[in-house]
Design a binder for this molecule. Structure first.
Ligand code: ADP
Ligand code: MG
Length: 253
């Protein structure tokens, strides 16, 4: 099932500017004419070229494309780690360009959860502390947040490993910690970059099952991958080619 770039995709997705997600779902993220140009001396690299699309609450997306197609650049913009050179990115309607760096980092910590290929856990902290990491330095942490961390540890199957350090865990277990950490603030959007790239195929399958479960629970997930068997797990695949939208595939049946 493939969609040509100029086809109107179904189900609350817009590849055209000015049209939000239609129908019943809340728009979580929206790009309008987003370009990202890197200046390399006299040369310009157009890493993203006039990208427009939006996705809604509860959707499960995969971004796919060959190496150099702009996947990481897109993820950095979606994750508010980087800003567009042109165009506008909105999270839950909030234009990112209107935020200063402090507001941006607050948006990042409250609305976005990150999962990385290399887990990015803090070696000196145990499982529970790593899960609580995003709230550890908050001035007024939410009441009951530690209990929430325990519940999330249970949720990812690590309820009996709370005091283990990352070095005492397998790769799959470390990624489960990272997934629990990404959920601690109940983010609007979970972003995962090649989350199974360092795992053997059985363990990768278990992590993908966890994503399926989170999706079934209503979480909004966007994964970046170059592996077809990973991307096919998502409901919809956004294909990038040379920084432009090549097409959107709808895998729901
Ligand atoms: P992918 O993640 O799909 O492999 P990237 O988003 O990393 O692709 O890169 C897209 C394009 O932008 C590539 O041509 C890459 O060389 C270029 N690029 C990425 N980051 C930078 C940077 N910091 N400076 C200059 N060019 C970059
Ligand atoms: Mg990349």
């Amino acid at each position: 099932m493939s969609a040509l770039p100029d086809e109107e995709p179904s189900g609350g997705v817009s590849v055209h500017p000015g049209q939000g997600s239609a129908g019943d779902t809340e728009t979580v993220a929206q790009l309008e004419g987003v370009s990202r140009v890197y200046s390399m001396g006299a040369e310009e690299v157009h890493a993203l070229d006039d990208l427009s699309f939006s996705f809604g609450s509860g959707e499960y997306w995969a971004v796919m494309g060959s190496s150099g197609s702009g996947k990481s650049t897109l993820l950095n913009i979606l994750g508010c780690i980087d800003r567009p050179t042109r165009g506008e990115y909105r999270v839950r309607g909030q234009a990112v360009s209107e935020l200063d760096d402090d507001e941006l980092s607050e948006l990042r910590s409250k609305e976005l959860g990150f999962i990385f290929q290399s887990y990015n856990l803090i070696p000196q902290l145990n499982v529970l502390e790593n899960i609580l990491m995003p709230v550890l330095y908050q001035e007024n942490p939410e009441e009951g947040i530690e209990e929430r961390g325990r519940v999330l540890a249970e949720r990812v199957g690590l309820g009996d490993r709370l005091t283990h350090r990352p070095a005492e865990l397998s790769g799959g277990q470390q990624q489960r910690v990272a997934i629990a950490r990404s959920l601690i603030n109940d983010p609007a959007l979970i972003l995962a970059d090649e989350a199974t790239g360092n795992l053997d195929s059985k363990t990768a399958g278990e992590i993908l099952e966890l994503f399926d479960e989170l999706h079934a629970e209503g979480k909004t997930i966007l994964i970046v991958t170059h592996e077809p068997r990973v991307g096919e797990r998502a409901d919809r695949i956004l294909r990038l080619k040379d920084g432009a939208l090549e097409g959107i595939e709808d895998n729901r049946r």
